[in-house]
Design a protein around this ligand. Structure first.
Ligand SMILES: [Zn+2]
Length: 120
């Protein structure tokens, strides 16, 4: 068992979507086993998982699929997409359900790198 290195509470087994931007590409790895703090939502990976994440996000592993990423630069002009019925329509790119609201996906850690828990 591991304690959260942010708040000290006991971490529990969970799954997360890991996202990292590296060398101009965005890598998304779904269903990654992790330890999650139920109090502060800090996420940690055991060493074996972190090593595998490094491999997945190396640019040398064939992806299962490619997905569109929407890129913005803060401060640029905001041009909103017109709504059709109740749903924002982009004509060509379907919005995922998590993008339809204003809440971001809390389960997605926004790390610039891969952090690991202490070796067990
Ligand atoms: Zn915590």
């Amino acid at each position: 068992m591991m304690n959260c290195n942010i708040c000290g509470n006991l971490m529990v087994d969970a799954f997360t979507t890991f996202t990292v931007r590296r060398d101009g590409s965005v890598y998304v790895v779904e269903n990654v086993p992790c330890l999650e703090c139920p109090v502060c939502e800090h996420i940690s990976f055991i060493q074996d998982v972190a090593v595998k994440l490094e491999k997945y996000c190396s640019g040398r592993v064939l992806p299962e699929k490619t997905i569109a990423a929407w890129g913005y630069r803060w401060g640029n002009l905001i041009i909103e997409i017109p709504k059709e019925g109740n749903v924002t329509s982009t004509k060509n790119i379907p919005l995922s359900p998590t993008m339809l609201g204003t809440q971001h996906d809390k389960k997605t850690p926004r790390y610039e790198g891969i952090t690991t828990s202490a070796p067990i």
